[in-house]
Every structure is written in structure tokens, then in C-alpha cells.
Design a protein around this ligand. Structure first.
Ligand code: IMP
Ligand code: MG
Length: 189
């Protein structure tokens, strides 16, 4: 349920309409996801893989909520052209440092929107023959999905709004907010 902005962030009220998920609500859900992952991956030394940069906040909290041995690695992507981007084709600007063959890989995403980027990246990772490959997403926007992606661990469903905070940006801004809020249309310039 939408909440008011915390007092310290009142200066943001022209940009952000409502707080959708408070820092506490996010932390509680992340702890639940970490507990489920710890149960399911006990004895398998999973490798968590994230795409820079939006996922780093979620990744840092999720890792600390996992109580079994775990490793982490990151990739970075950039777009070739807007047309390629629309098909989900991206360039790996930074590849993983860890070989995936035989590893239990958990792909960690901040938000799945159309699913195009994720589907492309999953194909790329699957070709490296991991022992298993699953997806954990903090936020899911099912209304926008163009490609079906099985999400094993999901934090929250999002309504059809552009949201920022807890790593999610609009033109590199707002990543630092500890909560997630809906960006007002007039801030989308
Ligand atoms: P898609 O699933 O290929 O359409 O793209 C997902 C990516 O789009 C995410 O990793 C985010 O970087 C970005 N994105 C999608 N929806 C939002 C949002 O509401 N706020 C901020 N970034 C978003
Ligand atoms: Mg972004």
C-alpha cells in the first residue's frame, strides 16, 4: 500500500508520488528470499550472478541473508543500437570472471520488465553449461512481459509504473533511495 515519503525526503515530492515499498518491507522480503535460497542450495556452493549496476543493492542485502557458502560475480551490458535493444540483444561490456561449467548459478535481477534482456543473458549463460540455472528477481512487472521466464524466487510484483530507488534508476538518478517509489510522469524528462 502506498505510503508517504519519509520526512528527510520531502524535497523529492515533486519527483516521487508514493513510496511503494519501504526500506523495512524490502529488507524483510529479502531476508525471506535469502532463507529460501539457503535451504534450497545447502551443500551446492551457488554462484550468484548479477547485472551491474541496478542489482548491487539487492545483491548486497541478499548475500547477507544467505547463510550457506555462496559466491558472487557480475556482468555489465551495454546496447549496440536501440533496435538491437528492442530485441533484447545486448553487448557484454564486462564478462564474468568465474567459469560456469558445473556450477549452480542463480541469476539475480532487480526488475524484470519485458524479459528481453534477461532471456538473452540466460541463453548466453546456459551455453556455458552450468549444473543448474535459476532466476531470482526482487521486482517483477508481469504486465510488460514479452518473453516467458521462469522466476524461481520473486520479491514483489510491481504495478505498471516506472519505479526508482533501492538501485533502480531513471537516467542514473535515485539509485540511492532506501525505499522504492513511483516516479511522477513530469520527472520523466
Ligand atoms: P527488460 O526486462 O529487458 O525490459 O529490462 C529490464 C531492465 O529495465 C531492468 O534491469 C532495469 O534496468 C530497467 N527497468 C525496467 N523497469 C524499470 C523501472 O520501473 N525502474 C527502473 N528501471 C527499470
Ligand atoms: Mg536502468
Amino acid at each position: 500500500m502506498a505510503q508517504k515519503l519519509p520526512e528527510a525526503y520531502a524535497w523529492l515530492s515533486d519527483d516521487i508520488k508514493d513510496v511503494l515499498f519501504s526500506a523495512d518491507a524490502i529488507q524483510q522480503r529479502v531476508n525471506e528470499l535469502g532463507a529460501a535460497i539457503s535451504r534450497d542450495y545447502a551443500g551446492r556452493n551457488p554462484l550468484l550472478v548479477g547485472v551491474l549496476k541496478g542489482v548491487v543493492f539487492f545483491m548486497a542485502d541478499l548475500l547477507r541473508a544467505i547463510s550457506v557458502p555462496v559466491e558472487v560475480d557480475f556482468i555489465a551490458v551495454s546496447s549496440y543500437t536501440p533496435e538491437a535493444r528492442a530485441q533484447g540483444i545486448v553487448k557484454l561490456a564486462k564478462d564474468l570472471e568465474t567459469p560456469l561449467a558445473g556450477r549452480h548459478v542463480l541469476f539475480v535481477e532487480d526488475v524484470i520488465d519485458t524479459g528481453l534482456t534477461l532471456s538473452y543473458l540466460l541463453r548466453n549463460l546456459r551455453a556455458r553449461q552450468p549444473a543448474s540455472l535459476e532466476v531470482c528477481a526482487l521486482f517483477d512487472k508481469p504486465a510488460h512481459r514479452l518473453i516467458n521466464i521462469p522466476v524461481k524466487y520473486k520479491g514483489f510484483d510491481l504495478p505498471d509504473h516506472f519505479v526508482v530507488g533501492y538501485g533502480l534508476d531513471y537516467q542514473e538518478r535515485y539509485r540511492n533511495l532506501p525505499f522504492v517509489g513511483v516516479l511522477r510522469a513530469q520527472a520523466l524528462t
